[in-house]
Design a protein around this ligand. Structure first.
Ligand SMILES: Cc1cc2nc3c(=O)[nH]c(=O)nc-3n(C[C@H](O)[C@H](O)[C@H](O)COP(=O)(O)OP(=O)(O)OC[C@H]3O[C@@H](n4cnc5c(N)ncnc54)[C@H](O)[C@@H]3O)c2cc1C
Length: 425
């Protein structure tokens, strides 16, 4: 199959990096052997990287290792919790990656990634020249006060889309009118900073329309949160006093969890909940930690130009699992990093110097199905670290009209459709 010309490669790479991927020369477009890349994890980072590797170089052997045949996106899973969408609306598969792009799909869980092979849980090995690892996060049950194994049977986190998304939805459906829902967002850093507050909004939307005597208490481990003035304005406008937010120092800090009694201890005493959604602290997915890719923080340090691990050679880590400087842990960031890492890997095989990338992130949050707010930012690499570009991006205007909020809700759906097509279509 034909290789890309320098011009085509630059064009493709530019999709992930705002067009700043230049600097390839045509001098080394032919390599000695077929390069083999293994991608671990088929989510926002991994699916994007696998597809773009094959788009950039059809001679490359790309194998995607992922245990599930269906991927449910966390983006829009809050709308499932709120009954606005169903699980099928957030379900995607890997068929097009295989049939159209020629990605080898191995349905398995990686146990460990070494510098030249991925070891699967059954002990078999997939050798590689380079690997891109994007396993997302694991929640830290070990950091939960008084956690006992099996706590998630009653108290969900629902921070990985899938069965727990539906479990939380069913708990809300089963709750009586007049019940209390408690949401406990974690301290920073964690996956999707505005996510817990969008979740509160979508649950409030459901309760307002179906169980109006109920309430939501947010017990936060922080003093402030992403897009706070926009959320609180939207809550006041649409939900009155249905949502009560308590910061860490205003009684939000949870010191004890009594799962049997469905109650949480705070500085001001026990709070009982009919539904409790406790989102624990997080760290890089287990395979990254077991492979020595994470440092003491639990996250993976990487070079910010190539995303190659600073701890294990030939292995790149992208998405929520990596430390990406100023970039938030979001699907948009992971998708952008997937393209940058793919371009860096291709450059390395071609004997070229990877060029300094630039990235973008936009995150929409629904307050009601017709009222959305957003935050956007642009990033570049300065002195070896990803930092925000001053003056680029910002948040939705504070006192915008209903039409602006509704337009943003339409944009949010457009964003979802285009990014999932970019990953799986
Ligand atoms: C409620 C909620 C709402 C969100 N909303 C938004 C939003 O609106 N916009 C946005 O940009 N982001 C949003 N996010 C964040 C977004 O979901 C994550 O940032 C994104 O999924 C990170 O991509 P990733 O590739 O790092 O991990 P993931 O997308 O989680 O993918 C990881 C993949 O790796 C696989 N995997 C794990 N371990 C192994 C292993 N050992 N072997 C093989 N495969 C493995 C998993 O099965 C999974 O498919 C939201 C998150 C939540 C929780």
């Amino acid at each position: 199959m034909a290789k890309l010309t320098r011009r085509q490669f630059g064009k493709l790479a530019g999709l992930g990096s705002l067009g700043l991927m230049t600097g390839c020369t045509t001098s080394s477009l032919v390599f000695r052997k077929k390069p083999r890349v293994v991608v671990v994890g088929g989510g926002f980072g991994g699916a994007t990287a696998a597809k773009y590797l094959r788009m950039m170089d059809r001679d490359m052997e790309v194998t995607l290792v992922e245990p599930n045949s269906t991927y449910y996106t966390c983006p829009f899973s809050n709308l499932v919790v709120g009954g606005v969408k169903g699980m099928t609306d957030i379900a995607h598969d890997y068929k097009t990656l295989q049939s159209k792009y020629g990605v080898n799909f191995v349905r398995a869980k990686a146990y460990q990634v070494k510098s030249n092979a991925v070891i699967l849980e059954d002990g078999s090995k997939i050798p590689f020249d380079r690997a891109i690892v994007s396993p997302g996060i694991d929640v830290r049950y070990d950091k939960m006060p008084w956690h006992s194994q099996g706590i998630e049977k009653k108290i969900t986190h629902s921070w990985k889309a899938g069965p727990q998304t539906m479990q939380l939805r069913r708990q809300l459906e089963a709750m009586a009118n007049g019940g209390t829902v408690i949401i406990c967002p974690p301290g920073n850093p964690y996956r999707c900073p505005p996510g817990p507050y969008e979740r509160a909004s979508m649950i409030a939307h459901y309760l307002k329309n179906n169980k109006p005597n109920s309430k939501i208490i947010i017990l936060d481990q922080k003093e402030k949160f992403s897009k706070q003035p926009l959320f609180t304005d939207g809550w006041d406008m649409h939900y009155g006093d249905l949502i009560e937010w308590r910061s860490e120092t205003a009684g939000g800090k949870v010191s004890e969890i009594d799962a049997e009694g469905m109650r949480l201890n705070t500085e001001f005493g026990w709070e009982e909940g009919d539904v409790i959604n406790y989102i624990p602290a997080q760290w890089a997915g287990a395979v990254a930690r077991k492979s020595g890719l994470a440092d003491d923080s639990g996250w993976c340090p990487v070079d910010h130009v190539t995303f190659e691990s600073k701890l294990v050679p030939n292995v790149h880590v992208i998405g929520d699992a990596c430390k990406a400087g100023a970039m938030p842990k979001s699907g948009f960031s992971a998708n952008s990093q997937g393209k940058v890492a793919a371009a860096a890997v291709v450059s390395m095989f071609w004997g070229e110097d990877p060029v300094s990338p630039s990235f973008a992130n936009t995150c929409y949050s629904y307050v009601t199905p017709d009222y959305s707010v957003s935050v956007a930012a642009v990033y570049s690499v300065k002195e070896g670290a990803i930092s925000g570009v001053e003056g680029a991006g910002g948040v939705s205007p504070k006192d915008a009209s209903a039409i602006v909020r509704k337009t943003e809700a339409t944009y949010a759906q457009g964003w979802y459709d285009s990014i999932t097509y970019d990953m799986f279509g």
